[in-house]
Design a binder for this molecule. Structure first.
Ligand SMILES: *Cc1c(COP(=O)(O)O)cnc(C)c1O
Length: 375
């Protein structure tokens, strides 16, 4: 049995550190705010090379709060890639703006820069590129387009802790960046957690206030905010895990390289592309094949778990039918039937990757594939 994700295996490798960190939080009653959250914010800002980090309750809140802090005109359009988790677009609507979907590129699956330029109208106020699967979006181009159209840029880095665009860590390249610490992310808490990062002092101060009831001091509130705080136990868990993150990230990169070596001659699969300017941190290792469902079933029969991220591209969801997005030409729509996420994470060994790759090659050797299944 090869698991897609195994958080228990990871826990047992760092159990001593985790148990004592959680115990320390309880001993000091630092449940909300306090030392552990403060330490986390400083360490994570350092890790991502950002001036400010504000811990919040989850990644979705982080996007909503970042949008609110920017004070964009009410009802303005915000461009979001068609292939992402719904949180990205949901946060746009929740904060009173209109979602406009943009296609993803054919190479690394992040937002298509050419389609982005097409989707801009006089009502566009911002774009939220997603560093999807752990691969950075093409930030220089995105920022160039955004600046010449008076748009803000929020980097959805929920899947891209430690990823780099031209040697810069993601999150602080645009105006603001957001991260999620959902347990399955590359850096995951033991519950929900999220963070906003930025180099802008005023935006950082605004986000911190929005996330904490708009308060200046305990019972003095400058405006109505909300309650979205990272708690002490999650911060303490993240502080422990951050010490291992670089090693775990390098391991993901090495496992991905092994998949690549094993599978590169298979003409029925498109392997993930890592651009020359990117540090891809492989939150997900996503291949494409026209025999996706059959391959997934065959791997499952052999005890290998896989996933699909995401099986229904956002514009095809019932939730977004009202937008009437023209989807016929979109890569994101063509790909949602072909993408397959193979097991990836620090719970795996090189032998596991060889085993999975061998099963995939066997599948294509035995399957009655035709020329139209090849790329
Ligand atoms: C996980 C994720 C989010 C949301 O994070 P939560 O912490 O689950 O709210 C946002 N965007 C993307 C791309 C994600 O993968």
């Amino acid at each position: 049995m090869i698991k897609f994700l195994d958080l228990k295996d990871q826990y047992y490798r760092i159990k001593g550190e985790i148990d004592s960190a959680i115990h320390d939080v309880i001993e000091s009653s630092a449940f909300i705010g306090g030392k552990f959250v403060k330490d986390f914010e400083a360490a994570f800002a350092g890790l991502q090379g950002c001036r400010h980090c504000i811990g919040v309750a989850n990644g979705t809140d982080a996007i909503e709060i970042a949008i609110e802090a920017m004070g964009l005109p009410r009802g303005s359009e915000i461009i979001v890639p068609a292939n992402s988790f719904i949180a990205t677009s949901e946060a746009v609507t929740r904060s009173g703006h209109r979602v406009v979907f943009c296609d993803c590129g054919p190479g690394n699956y992040t937002i298509s820069v050419s389609d982005l330029a097409q989707k801009i109208t006089p009502r566009t106020s911002a774009v939220i590129p997603v560093h999807l699967y752990g691969h950075p979006a093409d930030m220089d181009e995105i920022i160039r387009i955004a600046r010449s159209n008076n748009m803000k840029v929020i980097e959805d880095s929920a899947q891209a802790h430690c990823a780099e665009y031209r040697s810069r860590r993601v999150g602080s390249i645009g105006d603001m960046g957001i991260f999620s610490f959902y347990p399955g992310k590359n850096l995951g808490a033991y519950g929900d957690g999220g963070a906003i990062v930025t180099g802008n002092d005023a935006l950082a101060a605004k986000c911190r206030m929005i996330a904490n009831h708009g308060r200046i001091e305990k019972y003095n509130h400058e405006f109505e905010g909300r309650n979205s705080r990272l708690d002490g136990i999650q911060a303490a868990v993240l502080n422990v895990k951050m010490r291992h993150l670089e090693e775990w990230t390098e391991k993901r990169i090495a496992l991905a390289a092994r998949y690549h070596t094993n599978l590169r001659d298979c003409t029925e699969i498109v392997l993930p592309r890592c651009e020359s300017w990117a540090r891809h941190v492989y939150h997900l290792y996503v291949i494409r094949t026209r025999c996706r469902d059959e391959l997934a079933q065959s791997l499952k029969n052999g005890g290998i778990e896989t996933g699909i991220h995401y099986p229904i591209a956002l514009p095809r969801l019932k939730a977004y039918q009202y937008l009437k997005t023209p989807i016929s030409e979109m890569n994101a729509i063509a790909y949602d039937r072909e993408i397959l996420s193979l097991p990836m994470g620090d719970h795996l060994s090189m032998n596991d990757i060889d085993e999975i790759s061998g099963r995939i090659l066997d599948f294509f050797n035995n399957a009655a594939t035709t020329s139209k299944d090849r790329y």
